[in-house]
Design a protein around this ligand. Structure first.
Ligand code: ATP
Ligand code: MG
Length: 871
């Protein structure tokens, strides 16, 4: 069975069991401080488990794009070395939100694997949670009983908390789990060692395929477990491992999921896969990493220097480096693999197909820049390895790592090739220092929520109101360094929480007479969290929540203007324009979008013209809430990627023919409110991404006013001419003419000096010495005079100590014959220059020097003469 059919069979199976099939959530997590990337299918349903939100459908199944390269689940170091851990993989999952529990989950898993997929029953092992005293938890006897329906007693194994108690992170929903492992070894080996001895022993052919998690608890920040109001099922099956089992392979990379990639890389590297462990690992690393890179970029995370962006950059560099070192790839190659990926995921993850060119461009630029740093790093290493030392210092290895992105193993490899060693302990020490530095800088401790009033969901009122009367639901303390802050959740709130680029509202909460300032509002999953510096004295009392309205209105102007801008950009530049980032606050709007060239002035003017036209049309806002995704798509809404199941989709339209967008932000009631838009800058923000900054309403007014003020000042300076432009033109013309005149005068003066000098030749032996101390109109004139004299006076030695606009300047000019005879203008000038506290140089026949001390001119000449007379 090919992998596409395997995926389909899984989804069909659960659809028939009344599950709703939902799309994968984006691989990049937004609005969750505890998680950067989706690491399991259950992430997007976290709020259903916690009871923060009610699921529309109690049974759900999907295939989820996962990434395990950071945080609690980090498989990066294994990837490529082993054959069954990936950075990005698909997790097939089925869920029950307070509906069915262990019995059905176990029975259906068995039915699907052995019935539908016909995997051999006698090759399966199930593990169950053995209990844990420190957590006060008993053995999962229920799960055991259900497995015993299908498996003999000796193939149902006890597992420890480490393997059989699943947690997504340090806090959050969790529970005991039961895993299915499959033994894929040939019979001859099975006869020698029973599979049960190899379960959970990191054997590449005895692997876990499916984990059934029974979510019952919430792990709190203080480490204790709290019972959840309802019991849930959360399962996750590795799609690539399932394909390996069904297709009778020994490695995930031998399945049709990976083979096209593997073969492409092998061919490009001119090697055969499966012949040499070293190149095999490199081929696997590359085939794996390109998937992680492509999907994260598709979901909106560009490689960058911090956080999620940096994780992606590091994965990309790891792939490039393996290619560079083991396959000899010295030119960008990863970006060429996109075609294969698009082909493979066609119809499964459309986000890849739609953005192929963009993703490829971003990857290629990253590759190029990393290959350049690699080159520089190698050069640096070259200078180190060519020295006498036999070790590379820890600090040097760290610098290579930190500034050039050289992993320690690469440095070690190159060192070994040069008969050197790396001080790895020293390197680790430097790493530790850096880690601690960033830890203490960013460390934030978050306390548990304290409940004031019962209730889980906050009602958001901010689309229609900026004030509301409500209650405090819960609060907690947050400490960063020594700064204490508090976070408050309200039962209902008019405060907009930062998201979709729009800044969070500020304002205040009033309880009785007490006013508490709200400094920011942010989202945590779907919770709206108000940031305050102190807690109200009376937590129980009624709260009046008041948003800073003028700031909000200005922000709305910019947000709606962003939509108008987006539509105009697509009209002027084309449909490839997609939003890649946005920031909207009360001052400016910043919009990042995919486009490959610098916008011309005409294009910018055209975009502004369209937007301002739409503003003047005073189009009314059309806001639709709770629109099903499919319907939104039909309406022509842009930005459909990045939505997750259960999000309420809100569609914002300004003229259905012009701008339709999915957006959770707040907007103007009519476009006329925006006043006007002015683009203030256009530039590049990343490979393939342009950035526009613009201002609207009062800020646009201010922008124009500043320009007008500037003109007024110029008019004032020019004594209010009738025609400002003409008058500036005249000024420029007059200035040019004056300069020309001055230059003529200078030349005349220089000519006079020259004649005077020519007449002042002194004989020093056979040399004709000319010296001059005095003013010179310009350095150019001095040079001219020196060269003229060289031509006109034989055996010339010319020493000039000049005052040019009150700065000391020296010149030495020597006849060619004298240079041949051993004299050197450089040497003379260096000695002379010390007298004017300066320095200079030039060629053996002609040298100049500048300095700081005008009073040293006489002394300089004296020194010069002595040298000449001594020569
Ligand atoms: P393992 O112990 O093999 O690392 P796990 O316990 O980390 O697995 P879970 O967190 O239970 O795995 O994830 C559910 C399923 O997802 C696993 O049974 C496995 O099939 C698959 N899986 C987990 N991690 C990876 C990975 N890095 N690459 C591919 N598949 C994975
Ligand atoms: Mg794991």
């Amino acid at each position: 069975m090919d992998s596409k059919s395997i995926r389909k069979t899984f989804l069909n199976f659960f659809e028939e069991k009344s599950h709703k099939i939902v799309p994968s959530a984006p691989i990049v997590v937004q609005n969750d401080p505890t998680l950067m990337f989706t690491n399991a299918g259950m992430n997007q349903f976290k709020d259903f488990f916690l009871g923060n939100k009610v699921a529309e459908s109690k049974r759900v199944a999907d295939t989820q794009k996962c990434l395990r390269v950071s945080g609690k689940h980090n498989d990066l170091e294994e990837v490529g070395i082993d054959t069954y851990h990936h950075t990005m993989f698909e997790m097939l999952g089925n869920w029950s939100f307070g509906d069915y529990f262990k019995k059905e989950a176990i029975e259906w898993a068995w039915e699907l694997l052995t019935g539908e997929f016909k995997l051999p029953k006698d090759r399966f092992y199930a593990t169950i949670f053995e209990g844990d005293e420190s957590e006060n938890l008993d053995q999962d006897v229920e799960a055991k009983e259900f497995w015993l329906q299908f498996l003999p007693e000796d193939r149902v194994l006890n597992g420890s908390k480490k393997d059989n108690f699943w947690e997504m992170g340090d806090t959050g929903p969790c529970g005991p789990c039961s895993e299915l492992h499959i033994d894929l070894r040939p019979q001859s080996e099975v006869d020698k060692i029973p599979g049960r001895d190899l379960v959970n022993q990191d054997h590449p052919q005895v692997v876990e395929v499916w984990n059934l998690v029974f979510i019952q608890y919430n792990r709190l920040a203080n480490g204790t477990l709290e019972n959840l109001p309802e019991k849930h099922v959360d399962t996750g099956m590795g799609f690539e491992r399932l394909a390996m089992a069904i297709q009778g392979k020994q490695s995930n990379y031998d399945t049709d999921v990976f083979q096209p990639l593997i073969q492409w890389v092998a061919k490009k590297g001119g090697v055969e896969y499966g012949k040499d462990e070293k190149t095999d690992i490199a081929i696997r690393v590359i085939s794996d990493h390109i998937r992680a890179i492509a999907f994260t970029i598709a979901d909106g995370q560009l490689p960058s220097n911090n956080k999620a962006g940096y994780v992606i950059r590091r994965i990309l560099r790891r792939a490039v480096r393996y290619g560079y070192t083991f396959l000899g790839f010295k030119e960008p190659f990863l970006h060429e693999m996109l075609d294969i990926l698009v082909d493979q995921f066609d119809g499964v993850f459309p986000e890849l197909t739609g953005q192929k060119d963009f993703i490829a461009k971003v990857i290629k630029e990253e590759e190029l820049s990393f290959l350049r740093t690699l080159d520089n790093g190698l050069k640096k290493l070259d200078t180190i390895t060519s020295g006498d030392s036999k070790t590379i210092e820890g600090s040097t290895a760290f610098e290579l790592y930190d500034t050039y992105g050289f992993p320690i193993d690469l440095t070690a490899l190159i060192a070994r090739e040069n008969g050197m060693e790396v001080d790895e302990a020293g390197f680790q020490k430097e790493m530790e220092v850096q880690k601690n530095r960033s830890k203490s800088a960013g460390k934030q401790t978050t306390g548990d929520w304290n409940v004031v009033h019962e209730g889980d969901e906050t009602k958001f009122l901010g689309y229609t109101q900026t004030q509301a009367t409500t209650n405090i639901l819960r609060y907690r303390e947050v400490k960063q360094k020594d700064k204490k802050q508090y976070q408050i959740v309200l039962e209902a709130t008019p405060f907009y929480a930062e998201s979709g680029g729009q800044v969070g509202d500020t304002g205040y909460l009033q309880i009785g007479e007490e006013k508490i300032e709200v400094v920011d509002t942010k989202k945590e999953n779907d919770l709206i969290v108000h940031f305050v510096k102190k807690l109200p004295t009376n937590m129980q009392g009624e709260v009046k929540a008041v948003v800073n309205e003028s700031k909000r209105r200005l922000t709305e102007n910019n947000h709606s203007a962003t939509h108008l801008l987006h539509a105009a950009l697509r009209q002027v530049l084309g449909d490839h324009v997609q939003q890649k980032g946005s920031l909207v606050n009360e001052k400016i709007l910043r919009f990042d979008f995919s486009h490959f060239a610098k916008m011309t002035e005409e294009e910018i003017a055209e975009v502004e013209k369209i937007v301002n036209q739409k503003i003047r049309e005073n189009i009314a806002l059309d806001e639709k809430q709770n629109v099903p995704i499919a319907e939104a798509q039909e309406m022509g809404a842009m930005a459909l990627f990045g939505e997750k199941y259960g999000d309420f989709v809100r569609v914002i339209t300004f003229d259905p023919q012009y701008s339709v967008e999915l957006c959770g932000g707040t907007h103007v009631p009519r476009t006329g409110n925006i006043g006007m838009l002015k683009i203030v800058s256009e530039g590049s923000s990343a490979a393939g991404v342009r950035r526009i900054e613009a201002v609207t309403s009062v800020e646009a007014e201010r922008f124009y006013q500043q320009k007008l003020d500037l003109i007024a000042e110029l008019e004032e300076m020019l004594k209010h001419p009738k025609d400002l432009k003409k008058s500036v033109e005249n000024l420029v013309k007059e200035n040019l003419a004056a300069q020309k005149k001055l230059e003529q005068l200078n030349q005349q003066q220089a000519g006079q000096i020259k004649n005077q000098l020519k007449a002042s030749v002194q004989k020093v032996g056979d040399k004709n010495l000319i010296t001059y101390k005095g003013e010179f109109p310009s350095a150019d004139n001095m040079k001219q005079v020196a060269f003229d004299l060289k031509r006109e006076v034989d055996n010339l030695v010319l020493l000039i100590a000049a005052d040019i606009e009150s700065k000391p300047m020296l010149t030495v000019m020597l006849a060619d014959e004298l240079v041949k005879g051993g004299m050197n203008a450089n040497e003379i000038i260096r000695k002379m220059a010390s007298a004017i506290k300066g320095g200079g140089g030039g060629q053996p026949f002609y040298a100049t020097a500048g300095g700081k001390d005008l009073s040293g001119l006489d002394e300089a000449l004296k020194i010069g003469k002595e040298v000449v007379e001594g020569a």
